[in-house]
Design a protein around this ligand. Structure first.
Ligand code: ATP
Ligand code: MG
Length: 352
């Protein structure tokens, strides 16, 4: 839809922690593409826990308004999440996914083979539902005769499951293996996960999609056994589609298989907006040391461009990242190197 535009307006929300260190790297990668994409314009936007502690809001109205009214897309870094409940604070990323209707979180996990003629050992995409499941965050605490009792609501709707299912089939259709695995736990949660599984399974049979996904094969798997198989034989997976929480856990697990969370990109995708976001969080343990791996964010920029239709630009970035990892001369400590955030960024920019 954006392919004929004169300029590309990108909202930048570095957020907290290493988000502030890695989002500038993604911006530089986009700038390095030159005329492969419309002239990029960047706008810095505030959000996060840090902003909350200083100004009393984690997601300023202005940030949402500018994203909705001016931006073509956005890049989000990370927000730190306090493990204890802080009065008045709720996660801006969860809110943003809702207000922009970014119903899918798409997380390609691909390993870099030792030489470019070999196939990567892991090449899969986790398609994670992004708006419901336990993330509706309706929790309650009761005090009973037997002590405290806590409950959480888990929401699964037909609408969101159909949406995410269609996204998964669409992505699978564009990949060589064209295979979708539905991840669920309907042996225990027969109502909620049962609805998810049935609805996703039915997507290819919907009248308006008839015939569209005939070449896509479908399998399904219980989430625990999927984690086990993922570690033993990751090559059996192509597109894994899952409710929100399972998708989150699966993609962190898959990230371990390719060497580091610092390599795995994602986009939050809806029908109207795309927001790139590295899969990792704010990484408080390594913040401020210039050692955060910028490659997940750089790849997130590429993935965002891909979703906007700028395939050539996306491929240039992806190839540059792949070469830097393959050569192994300039890598951050999470990948066993002695390099820095800025050093790795420079190496990628040179390749682009
Ligand atoms: P959050 O609550 O923000 O998710 P976290 O403590 O869970 O914070 P993550 O960012 O999820 O931290 O990271 C998990 C682990 O992976 C940490 O040890 C972190 O240092 C490491 N890690 C994450 N991202 C990167 C990166 N880009 N480069 C290097 N290490 C990373
Ligand atoms: Mg985390």
């Amino acid at each position: 839809a954006n392919a004929n535009k004169q300029s590309l307006k990108v909202g930048l929300i570095p957020g907290d922690g290493i988000g502030v260190e890695v989002i500038p790297a993604a911006k530089e990668a986009i700038l390095a593409l030159g005329s492969d994409i419309p002239k990029p314009e960047f706008v810095d936007l505030a959000a996060g826990f840090e902003h909350f502690t200083r100004h009393g809001t984690a997601l300023p109205d202005e940030t949402v308004q500018i994203m909705k009214e001016e931006c073509d897309c956005a890049l989000f870094g990370a927000v730190s999440s306090p493990t204890r409940k802080v009065v008045g604070y709720s996660s801006p990323i969860v809110a943003l996914r809702k207000v922009l209707d970014l119903y899918a979180n798409v997380r390609p996990v691909i390993s870099v083979a030792a030489d470019s003629s070999q196939k990567p050992a892991v090449d899969l995409v986790v398609v994670r539902e992004n708006t419901e499941c336990l993330y509706v965050k309706q929790e309650e605490l009761k005090f009973t005769e037997n002590g405290k009792e806590a409950r959480a609501t888990r929401l699964i709707t037909e609408r969101a499951s159909r949406h995410i299912g269609q996204m998964a089939f669409e992505i699978a259709k564009g990949r060589p293996r064209k295979h979708v695995t539905i991840i669920h736990k309907s042996n225990v949660l027969s109502v909620t996960d049962g609805l998810f599984r049935e609805t996703v399974r039915e997507v290819p049979t919907l009248p308006e999609l008839a015939g569209k996904y005939d070449d896509v094969t479908i399998a399904e798997q219980i989430v625990d056994s999927a984690v086990y198989r993922l570690f033993r034989e990751p090559q059996i997976y192509d597109v894994m589609v899952a409710p929100n929480l399972y998708g989150d856990i699966l993609s962190d697990a898959a990230a371990a298989l390719v060497g580091s969370l610092g390599l795995v990109p994602s986009v939050n995708a809806g029908d109207k907006f795309i927001m790139g976001e590295p899969v990792h969080g704010s990484a408080p343990d390594i913040v401020g040391q210039n050692i955060a791996n910028p490659l997940a964010s750089i790849r997130s920029a590429a993935l965002m461009l891909r979703f906007l239709g700028y395939t050539k630009g996306a491929e240039r970035i992806d190839r540059a990242v792949e070469e830097v990892v393959r050569e192994g001369r300039e890598l951050t400590p999470d990948l066993g190197g002695k390099g820095t955030t800025t050093g790795v960024t420079e190496a990628v920019l040179k390749k682009i």
